[in-house]
Design a protein around this ligand. Structure first.
Ligand code: SAH
Length: 349
């Protein structure tokens, strides 16, 4: 829902200021459409239906993987493809992976998104509409009726949300679209996802990272796509490293930790014979410390260019980190059979 258009339309209709908030809260809690908003006058609902599209995105295609992961391909009003993913875990967590841009202007060699044409930054509403889509999907699955305004307040802990976590790990580099990403993240609690359960992943886009540290008070988590400790290798895998060298990025992340005392996640995609030997692990351990960082090793999801590291290679790599006391886990791969896993979002249809 285009929130700016919503406000203009309501103001033009002579509505009181609280109305926009009221409509948004319904949408944020998974109402299927304006008609469900029982405390909004019927005439006003008609006006909204005619003038403010319920979503800024239209669903083009939706696929469900064997493990329950859902990948949705959307299109913006001006035709740009956007993909987002819903991951369902057995313990009840529902994690959404949202896109911040259509395509990505960076050209990391292992990532499928970089091979498609870059479209543009997504607006705050286009980011939020990905979340609202999955919220509605989960409401339907649970057979819940949308709740009226005064019976549930996620911010006050009133009622469990069908969505629990959000990662900005879909298409695009979130910190290149700073204002819209942060504005969207700040509204996610209305959808049921708190800042502590929101993670922004970055290649190390330094201007955005600096603003994040200086301007964002919410305890949103940050993750760095690191992938190689060696500068020459990292530049080869991620050309952005020439522009914003890793040492500068790590210095900034140390500043973040000193201010917030929140651990920074390090993402490290395991490419066979490229960055996955014990020597690479030792190089990684040497630039990290156990206090500030936690490493997430990501099995490579095939996109054509590289081979994925074997289980043994990943275990050996992790062993080196364990011995250096750098906390490390191996990321569970989800949705690979529908190309919904990390780095596979390329909107090919
Ligand atoms: N641009 C941001 C947000 C995208 S996050 C960033 O790069 O951090 C997507 C994550 O998946 C990143 O860590 C990225 O490096 C990783 N990734 C990309 N391609 C992958 C692949 N083929 N297999 C596994 N992980 C991949």
């Amino acid at each position: 829902m285009d929130l700016a258009l919503l406000e203009t339309h309501l103001a033009d209709s002579g509505q009181p200021a609280y109305r926009a908030r009221q409509v948004w809260e319904w949408a944020a809690r998974g109402a299927p459409g304006y008609d469900a908003m029982s405390n909004v006058p019927a005439a006003l609902r008609d006006g909204l239906r005619a003038n403010v599209p319920f979503s800024t995105l239209t669903v083009t295609e939706e696929q469900q993987a064997k493990d329950g992961t859902v990948k949705t391909l959307f299109r913006t009003h001006d035709g740009h493809p956007v993909e987002a993913v819903l991951m369902r875990y057995r313990d009840g967590r529902r994690s959404i992976c949202v896109s911040s841009q259509s395509g990505c202007p960076l050209t990391c060699t292992f990532c499928a998104t970089g091979t498609m044409q870059f479209g543009r930054n997504l607006t705050t509403s286009e980011i939020l509409d990905q979340a609202l889509h999955f919220r509605r999907l989960e409401e339907i699955d649970h057979g819940r009726a949308p709740k009226p305004r005064d019976t549930i307040h996620p911010s006050r802990g009133g009622g469990a949300s069908p969505l629990t976590n959000c990662v900005f790990m879909g298409m695009g580099e979130p910190l290149m679209n700073f204002d819209n990403v942060i504005a969207a993240a700040k509204r996610l609690p209305d959808v049921g996802v708190t800042p502590r359960r929101t993670t922004i992943s970055t290649v190390g886009w330094l201007p955005g990272l600096t603003r994040f540290i200086d301007e964002v008070d919410e305890p949103i988590r940050i993750a760095l796509s690191l992938h190689a400790a060696n500068p020459a290798l990292r530049s080869q895998l991620m050309p952005v490293n020439d522009r914003y060298p890793l040492a500068d990025v790590l210095a900034e992340l140390h500043r973040y930790y000193e201010l917030r005392h929140r651990k920074v996640y390090i993402e490290y995609v395991m490419l066979e014979g490229v960055n996955d030997t014990p020597r690479h692990a030792a190089e990684l351990a040497a630039i990290l410390d156990e206090k500030t960082f936690k490493v997430n090793l990501i099995p490579y999801n095939p996109t054509g260019t590289y081979g994925g590291s074997s289980r043994d290679a990943i275990a050996a790599f992790k062993h080196v980190l364990d011995r250096a006391r750098i906390p490390a886990t191996v990321r569970l791969t989800r949705g690979r059979d529908i190309a919904a896993a990390c780095g596979q979002l390329a909107a090919t249809r």
